[in-house]
Design a protein around this ligand. Sequence first.
Ligand SMILES: NC(=O)c1ccc[n+]([C@@H]2O[C@H](COP(=O)([O-])OP(=O)(O)OC[C@H]3O[C@@H](n4cnc5c(N)ncnc54)[C@H](OP(=O)(O)O)[C@@H]3O)[C@@H](O)[C@H]2O)c1
Length: 236
Amino acid sequence: MKIALITGVTRREGLGFETAMQMVDLGYNVIISGRDFTKVRVLAGELNASGMELDVTSEESIKDAASYVRENYGKLDALINNAGGYYDAGAQPLEINIEFAKSAFETNLFGALRVIKAFMPLHEESGSARIVNVSSGAGSFSDPIFGLSNNQSIAPVYSMTKLALNGLTVKIAGQINHSKIKINSVCPGFVATYPGTAEWGARPVNEGASGIVWAATLPDDGPTGGFFRDGKVLQW
Ligand SMILES: NC(=O)c1ccc[n+]([C@@H]2O[C@H](COP(=O)([O-])OP(=O)(O)OC[C@H]3O[C@@H](n4cnc5c(N)ncnc54)[C@H](OP(=O)(O)O)[C@@H]3O)[C@@H](O)[C@H]2O)c1
């Protein structure tokens, strides 16, 4: 059976929970994780999934999580780096609080990098693993609403972390291009994971999650090192 791990699953309304549900429906053995295990355990029970504590800013937590997966499953077929946040909607670049920015990069960029590094040996056991970095059009230049070219000053820290995450995707893809492991960035679109956002035009969570699931279940001739929404290429 194929094993999938999803980070940042502590809210029923979130993309991680919906992604987990879709992966369970596809027959994957899904491990959901988060830094608050009390919340993770409840959600895992609802999903018919396993639950694990995993704080993406903690090397120790990640090491323990990787040991747990090795001992219980021996491999990892899909890793979905969904943990993230720090959407500084009203902020302006010149007023960035550096400590806030450091924390955002610790989670959104280095969190994903730490998890990928720790689980790479388990991906190698899988042979055809898929890694998905949940990114955002805010980290692209091209997105017509949230992109850097069009919406230059809004949500500066969040946008920079996702821009960097997209860069990380490309760099890792280059290093592992000899293997069958694939890594891609996915923007779920503007998704209604918080109250009130549907009124601003956010789309249903299941639609955003399906593009993540697409990248997590790519066939062997699928793309790597790309940026996608709904299974279609997004320009950087
Ligand atoms: N919603 C959108 O429109 C949208 C659009 C583009 C991209 N995204 C991306 O999609 C992902 C999920 O977002 P969402 O909208 O579903 O919001 P969400 O439910 O708040 O998801 C973020 C998750 O990340 C977790 N997290 C934060 N810091 C963590 C850490 N150090 N270790 C482990 N987990 C941590 C949070 O857990 P806690 O409960 O512990 O804080 C939460 O479960 C994020 O990466 C976000 O940037 C969302």
